[in-house]
Design a protein around this ligand. Sequence first.
Ligand code: SAH
Length: 297
Amino acid sequence: MNSDPLTLKTAQDRGSRAALRQLTQMLDLPRLQPGWVWLAGAGPGDPGLASLHTLSAIAEADVIFVDALVNEALLGLARPNVKIVRAGKRGGKPSSLQSEISYQLVSYARRGKRVLRLKGGDPFVFGRGGEEAQALVRASIPFRIVPGVTAGIGGLAYAGIPATHRDTNQAVTFLTGQGADGRIPDLDWAAIAKGSPTIVLYMGRKHAGEIAARLVAAGRSLSEPAAIISNASLENQSVRICTLAELGAAAAGAETPAIIVIGENVRLAKGLDWLGALAGRTLDPDPLNRDRLRDAG
Ligand code: SAH
């Protein structure tokens, strides 16, 4: 873990922090108190997706433990003398031991600090927030969980793909593409292929091809649509739409972080890619060919 409070651009004029405090008071929201730990989600990237609870905690905290995928622009709201600890877990890059992070959260709280653990997306979705919260419970540290917009929902929305849609999928399954050992998780892939019309894969880039092959072996169509959304909700977001047959190759060439979605709901992107529309693309009013089929019939 390393900390560099010096390079941080904080809200020196106090104006933004004062405004946040006013908002939380007006809405009668709780504030991060000394001796407490808040485990908060920062959303997938766009700082506008962080909740008021999360922003308020950033503005109040004495020490902030930041995940690798958190948009650090948010830290501009922190106090000038805040201690920032980068405690991210990121495949292939130096990471901090989970037990060490939990230990630090507890020890800062015991010293009466206001402690914020800031995580990408939602802290309880593939984010080990549960493990850290358990450590706080064992140490009798008071805590609050602040949910965040998870990449598997918010990232899809930024690609114009609804997580569910009546015409395409009445269920959605969230999966991690790799287990703690880095391998494909030991799941009943045939059951998933059968029972999950839409599959959202976190950390799925590495094994995307193998996962697609398992789904196809269990009966999914090679031509089923999939999308890979890289850097979702950030300025450099990119979306690749492909088929299940092409998924492995497409994922290999995609930037990370990437969220992958497999299912018929991906077709809706043609009609709902609102970011593309902002950039001048024309949206298809009938992305599922419903009206066209009806007219022809
Ligand atoms: N707690 C987080 C997930 C952490 S696991 C959440 O709720 O979103 C890390 C994985 O999340 C990445 O491998 C990627 O699959 C996904 N992810 C997180 N942020 C993302 C982003 N901005 N764009 C695309 N995928 C993202």
